[in-house]
Ligand binder design. Structure first.
Ligand code: PEP
Ligand code: MN
Length: 344
C-alpha cells in the first residue's frame, strides 16, 4: 500500500499520516518524489486491516490517493525506492551508472588454474573474479567443486592478485563460512527459490548476486530478491542467465534480454547478465554480451578459463583469455558509443 500525498500537503499532514500508519502497527517509508511525497507501507498488511487503513488514510488531510500494490515485492520495487541502488565493495561500485565485469572459470579446480585465470581477467579489465567452490550439478556424478579447499584457493588468489571475488553458496548453513572467504555471495539459478538460503544470505552483510531461475517469472525473481531485502540486506544484484529454451539444439538456454529494461523500469536493483550460461557456447558469448551492454545491463558475468578444453565444468561456454580480452575492448566500444563521456 502506498499513500500519495497532494502536491500542497504540509509536513504536519505527512507526519500525521505516518503516525496513523504506526498506530495501526505498520511501518511507514517516506518516498520523496520530484513534486510530491508518497508514503509506503513496506510489508504485508493483514487482510482485515487493509480496508480499515484505506478508509482512515483516504480521509486524512493532504492525502490524494491510497494505492494498493498487488505485486509480490515492495522493497525491490522502484515505487518504494525511486533511485538506482549503488553497491560499493572496496573500490568497485555497481549500479547507478557503474558498470562491472565479473569473469573467471565456472569452478575452482586448482590453485594454478585460478591464479592464471585471475591474472588474465584482471589484466583484461575485469574487476571481480568469479569461480564456484560449491557446484550445483545436475548429476551427482559430475564434479561437485573443491568446496572448502576451493574457498581457500579463492581467498589466496584474491589476496595475491588483488581482485574481488564472487562465489556460489548452496547451503543456508554455509552462508557464514562462504562469506568469510569471498566478497559477493552468488545464489545460483537452481537455488533462487531456496527460501531458507535467501533468508540466511539476507542476514549476512555481504552483497548477494541473485541469479534468475530458468523458469522463473520476473515477479518470482523479484519476490526472491524481496526475501533478501526484508532481512535487511540491501546489497542485491540481479543476474539474468537465460531461461528455459524451446529448443536446446543450438543454445543451452534463451537469454532473456527483455529482462534488462524490464528490471530497470520496475526495480532499482542493479542487473547484470551472464551470457555464458545464457547461450552455452563460447562462439556466441560475445554477441549476446554486447547486446546485454547495449540493452542497459549494469554489468556482465562471464566464464573465462585458461584452458577451456580441460575445464571440469562448462568448458564449452568458457572464453579463452584472448577471446575475453577482445570482448572487453568491444564492450568498451559499445559503452562509449552509448555514453560518449566514457571516452574521456
Ligand atoms: C555458474 O555460475 O557457474 C552457475 C552454476 O550458474 P547458474 O546458477 O546460472 O546455472
Ligand atoms: Mn558454470
Amino acid at each position: 500500500m502506498m499513500v500519495l500525498m497532494k502536491r500542497e500537503a504540509t509536513q504536519e499532514q505527512i507526519e500525521a499520516v505516518r503516525e496513523a500508519i504506526h498506530e495501526h502497527g505498520m511501518k511507514s517509508l517516506p518516498l520523496p518524489g520530484g513534486e510530491r511525497m508518497a508514503i509506503g507501507i513496506p510489508s504485508a498488511i493483514p487482510p482485515d486491516l487493509r480496508p480499515v487503513l484505506d478508509t482512515v488514510l483516504s480521509a486524512m488531510d493532504g492525502v490524494d490517493q491510497v494505492i494498493h500494490i498487488s505485486r509480490p515485492y515492495k522493497l525491490a520495487s522502484r515505487d518504494f525506492h525511486p533511485h538506482d541502488t549503488e553497491i560499493s565493495i572496496g573500490d568497485v561500485r555497481i549500479g547507478n551508472g557503474h558498470f562491472v565485469v565479473m569473469a573467471g572459470p565456472c569452478a575452482v579446480e586448482s590453485y594454478d588454474q585460478m591464479i592464471e585465470s585471475a591474472k588474465a581477467v584482471k589484466q583484461a579489465g575485469a574487476q571481480i573474479l568469479r569461480a564456484g567452490a560449491y557446484k550445483p550439478r545436475t548429476s551427482p556424478y559430475s564434479f561437485q567443486g573443491l568446496q572448502r579447499e576451493g574457498l581457500e584457493i579463492l581467498k589466496a588468489v584474491r589476496e595475491e592478485v588483488g581482485i574481488l571475488t564472487v562465489s556460489e553458496v548452496i547451503d543456508p548453513h554455509d552462508v557464514e563460512l562462504v562469506a568469510q572467504y569471498v566478497d559477493i555471495l552468488q545464489i545460483g539459478a537452481r537455488s533462487m527459490q531456496n527460501f531458507p538460503l535467501l533468508v540466511s544470505a539476507g542476514r549476512s552483510n555481504k552483497p548477494v548476486l541473485l541469479k534468475r531461475a530458468p523458469s522463473a517469472t520476473i515477479d518470482e525473481w523479484l519476490a526472491s530478491a524481496e526475501y533478501l531485502l526484508t532481512q535487511g540486506n540491501e546489497q542485491v544484484i540481479l543476474c539474468e542467465r537465460g531461461i528455459v529454451p524451446i529448443d536446446r539444439t543450438y543454445a543451452r538456454n534463451t537469454l532473456d534480454i527483455n529482462a534488462v529494461p524490464i528490471i530497470k523500469y520496475h526495480s532499482h536493483l542493479p542487473i547484470v547478465v551472464d551470457p555464458s550460461h545464457g547461450i552455452g557456447h563460447a562462439r556466441y558469448v560475445s554477441s549476446v554480451a554486447l547486446a546485454s551492454v547495449a540493452a542497459g545491463a549494469d554489468g556482465l558475468l562471464i566464464e573465462v578459463h585458461p584452458h577451456p578444453e580441460r575445464a571440469l565444468s562448462d568448458g564449452a561456454q568458457s572464453l579463452t583469455p584472448e577471446a575475453f580480452e577482445r570482448l572487453m575492448a568491444q564492450i568498451h566500444a559499445v559503452r562509449t558509443a552509448l555514453t560518449p563521456a566514457l571516452a574521456k
